[in-house]
Design a protein around this ligand. Structure first.
Ligand SMILES: Nc1ncnc2c1ncn2[C@@H]1O[C@H](COP(=O)(O)OP(=O)(O)OP(=O)(O)O)[C@@H](O)[C@H]1O
Ligand SMILES: [Mg+2]
Length: 475
């Protein structure tokens, strides 16, 4: 830990505390990767915190167009220009020879107690002036000079990861951060990774990145920050909204546990999720509902039709809906947003209605670790979690199901010319529960469970179909 906190959301987590002080760090990446936006955000946040920044531009772009770019971001405060952020352009100086640049910078920084320097566009210096040897000499001289005055320096350069070995600015740097990206379907997914960081620890590997009106937000790979779901449950039970649901899971869901409800389209997964939410709100819990498809308005309408009206709780903020569009956001982004909402709202119940929409964007090798870290974090935050996952007839139990404390399997089947819904509890962590197969009846107030009639086709504990089960008579 240590360094200068930069304040760019979650970047300091990747940097294990912040930017190494009195060191030279290069931010590399191809054109459009977000290098300029990143250093502008860093400059503004550092200045807003009372720091002084010398912002050096290299190309002939006028400062007015730099300010125009800056003004598109919410972090920009024009009153910081001049006093806290000073711009200089070294284009014409560099034409006299690169060593003139070093002395100009030294002169500009001579009265600074904690010099903080940004040089934007090193690549253009090396392309426009001097041969390779001269540029290398300049890079060493610059790095040595800045080190001698203990300047904290960020240099951006148009250079991709594979080209770093030939970039003198990267060779002399203590740290290198690379911005990059790749296409996933129709979406350009931005990434940030730390290649080196002055011998300090950092979160290795690529992390997702978004650029919006608030500048950059980094979404570190969730499992690289949070530990997997382990440890004891705090004890106690939380109600699911009806006596029969609570009885089916052995007296309510264990507080702090994570439950996965799997089943086909139309099983009642959303209905059971709304009931869990409604019951939580009734007992004074704050809730967060993550849904890839339902907006807050649609959830309010749907819940009202079931007599589980969530509208008032949405209005007071006791319930928050986090929407997730798999086309626009990464699984890491959704995990961070969900956990931020849990943190901000002092939340103790979380619904993820449609886990299947969250994970497909992930590298398959990450799914297990990601789900485990997400559930681990939610438990750490004191939340009891219910997730649903669409699973059609005959599909094997997905591997991620094993990360959950409790598992509930559903099935829809045609019996006597009618579609009927069933569920059974396959596993409850540290707790007994009836082994009954239940039929789900949906109506006002949500879902009711009644023991299924003998010889109904029902899901077995393996997620396979067992047509000959010996369920109790009833219904
Ligand atoms: N107000 C209601 N009264 C009676 N039945 C209802 C009511 N609302 C929903 N249902 C029934 O409940 C069924 C399950 O709906 P629900 O949306 O909970 O299923 P789901 O498992 O979430 O489905 P999906 O996989 O499509 O998300 C619906 O098919 C509908 O027939
Ligand atoms: Mg649903």
């Amino acid at each position: 830990m240590g360094g200068i906190p930069l304040g760019v959301p979650n970047l300091d987590i990747v940097l294990d505390g912040g930017l190494p002080e009195s060191q030279l760090t290069v931010i590399a990446g191809s054109s459009g990767a977000g290098k300029a936006s990143l250093v502008q955000q860093i400059a503004c946040l550092h200045a807003a915190g009372g720091g002084h920044v010398l912002y050096v531009t290299t190309v002939t772009e006028p400062h007015s167009s730099l300010v125009a770019h800056l003004s598109s971001f919410s972090f920009f405060d024009p009153s910081l220009l001049g006093e806290n952020i000073k711009f200089i352009n070294i284009f014409s100086i560099s034409r006299q020879g690169l060593s003139a640049v070093t002395s100009t910078l030294l002169r500009s920084l001579r009265y600074e107690r904690n010099p903080f320097l940004i040089i934007e566009g090193f690549r253009s210096l090396r392309d426009l002036f001097g041969d390779a040897r001269e540029v290398r000499t300049f890079a060493y001289e610059l790095a040595g000079t800045l080190a001698s005055i203990r300047a904290t320096t960020l240099i951006t350069t148009d250079c991709r990861l594979a080209e770093l070995q030939d970039a003198p600015e990267a060779m002399v740097a203590d740290g290198v951060i690379v911005l990059d990206g790749f296409w996933t379907g129709l979406r350009w997914q931005r990434t940030l990774q730390v290649v080196k960081l002055g011998g300090r620890k950092s979160l290795k590997g690529p992390h997702f990145l978004e650029i919006g009106d608030n500048g950059l937000t980094v979404y570190p790979r969730f499992e690289s920050v949070y530990s997997p779901l382990t440890g004891e449950l705090p004890g106690g039970r939380v109600g699911w909204g009806s006596a029969d649901l609570d009885a089916a899971v052995g007296g309510g869901l264990p507080r702090g546990s994570a439950t996965l409800l799997l089943g086909p389209v139309g099983l009642g997964k959303t209905t059971l999720s709304l009931q869990f939410t409604h019951a939580g709100l009734q007992s004074g819990d704050n809730c967060v509902y993550l849904s890839p498809s339902e907006t807050a308005e649609r959830l309010a309408a749907k819940s009202a039709r079931l007599d589980l009206d969530l509208g008032p709780a949405l209005a007071t903020g006791a319930l928050r809906v986090v929407n997730y569009n798999p086309v626009d956001s990464s699984a890491d982004q959704v995990a961070w947003e969900l956990c931020n909402a849990v943190q901000a709202g002092d939340v103790n119940r979380v619904v993820i209605d449609g886990l299947g929409a969250v994970v497909p964007g992930l590298d398959p090798a990450r799914v297990h670790g990601y789900v485990s870290a997400l559930l681990g974090r939610l438990r750490q935050q004191g939340a009891t979690a219910l997730a649903t996952l669409h699973q059609e007839e005959g599909e094997p139990l997905p591997f991620l199901a094993r990360r959950f404390d409790n598992l509930i399997l559903g099935r829809v089947a045609t019996v006597g010319g009618e579609r009927r819904r069933y569920l059974s509890v396959a596993k409850m962590r540290d707790s007994a529960h009836p082994s009954t197969i239940w039929e789900i009846e949906i109506g006002s107030g949500g879902a009711r469970l009644v023991p299924a009639a003998r010889n109904s086709p029902v899901p077995s504990k393996e997620g396979q179909i067992d047509d000959q089960h010996s369920g109790r008579e009833g219904g």
